[in-house]
Design a protein around this ligand. Sequence first.
Ligand code: ZN
Ligand code: ZN
Length: 211
Amino acid sequence: MQIKTFTFNPIQENTYVVYDETKECIIIDAGCMFPKEEMLLIDFIEDNDLELKRVINTHLHFDHVFGNAFLADRYGVLPEAHKADEFLIQAMENQPKSFGVPVDIKVQHLKGYLNEGDTIRFGNSELKVINTPGHSPGGICFYSEKDNALFVGDSLFRESIGRTDLIQGDFEALVGGISKKLLILPDDTIVYPGHGDTTTIGHEKKFNPYL
Ligand SMILES: [Zn+2]
Ligand SMILES: [Zn+2]
């Protein structure tokens, strides 16, 4: 499994293109907002002859979904996310303004829902869905045991955790979920967060002040 990271939009959100030797790919949290960012993403897909199979979201805060409508138009692939975050799509138009980002988002509905224990398959690869609500009610992570990779959205960051002061945030739930479901993974699991640098489960166990 190979992972290409883009950092998009004024909120500096990490968008991940995940693919393997079959050339099938998925996109986790398409945050591309500006036309130049959209071009970077499609150039990467096309230069590498990738075939986009799924667009999946760790959660539906606006900075993680800017590119969903664009990808739906361009590739006919609609996003999937946890049902408990779907209300955020309706509220989408107001989200950027509350963060001081003056932009209109094209609202994109979901194709379907992802839930704990689901397996996302593409090529010879698979990712398991782990629910970690608390940063948002429908926050989920994607884990590949085979490739030692964990995509956590805004649940966990290097030496920090996601905000829980946003709508339906829950600090106890977030810390509890991370502790029970993520920290039990192998120490050398590489953690790919929604913002900032990668880390490992072992590093967070040792240095994360919230855990
Ligand atoms: Zn978020
Ligand atoms: Zn974010």
